[in-house]
Design a protein around this ligand. Structure first.
Ligand code: E4P
Length: 214
């Protein structure tokens, strides 16, 4: 499974890239707004840092505007993937942008039919949101499993990018289901190295080593 970093914070993106586990990056308008920086400046820094697909989201809500924004964003760097919301106008824009050879990530997917439609329209990535479904009492990973299972019957060539991952369990479940990509905040990626027995075991090894040296 590929790991994307879900962030617009260039410092943490740079740090995560030093780990050698980052295959791409996803941003959204909320993450970019949090930085207080210009969108184009943030994107330029990410493109310089991450060697892989970088999702940049449009803010228009009608197809013509999305296509115009998408073309402009895609022209910034070959790794840019245009992120489009899962609304009817977004499906139209996905069809038009992908027909021009521009990669599209259809975002805000909360039920499998949305994902199938986006795949048919030509999306390179579809982003089912797990955490936000859990937030309203539904099982986000269950929805991802249904979506991945359904797409396996066909050959759309669309990658399922599990988004809104909030914890280690979401990540492990995404891998078990066979999702193509998990996009995670750096705070969540940091949980993947942790186990209390690892820390306790290391402390014991180092203490024993010190004793043996005396
Ligand atoms: C990524 O593409 C999404 O925008 C992101 O994962 C959303 O995560 P959130 O639901 O934690 O805001």
């Amino acid at each position: 499974m590929k790991i994307f970093i879900d962030s617009a914070d260039i410092e943490e993106i740079r740090e995560a890239c030093t780990w050698g586990i980052v295959d791409g990056c996803t941003t959204n308008p909320s993450l970019v707004a949090k930085t207080g920086r210009k969108f184009e400046d943030v994107l330029a820094d990410i493109c310089e840092t991450v060697d892989g697909p970088i999702s940049a989201e449009v803010v228009s809500t009608e197809a013509d505007g999305m296509v115009e924004e998408g073309r402009r964003l895609a022209a910034l760097h070959p790794n840019i993937v245009v992120k489009v919301p899962m609304i009817a106008e977004g499906v139209k824009a996905t069809h038009r942008l992908s027909s021009e050879g521009i990669k599209v990530n259809v975002t805000l997917i909360f039920q499998p039919a949305q994902g199938i439609l986006a795949a048919k329209a030509g999306a390179s990535f579809i982003s089912p949101f797990v955490g936000r479904l859990d937030d309203i009492g539904q099982d986000g990973m269950d929805m991802v499993a249904t979506l991945v299972g359904a797409l396996a019957n066909y050959s759309y060539g669309t990658e399922v990018l599990v988004a809104s991952i909030r914890n280690l369990n979401h990540f492990i479940a995404a891998a078990e289901i066979g999702a193509d990509v998990a996009t995670c905040p750096f705070s969540v990626i940091k949980q993947f190295v942790k186990h209390p027995l690892t820390d306790a075991g290391l402390a014991t090894f180092l203490a024993d080593w010190e004793k043996a040296k005396k």
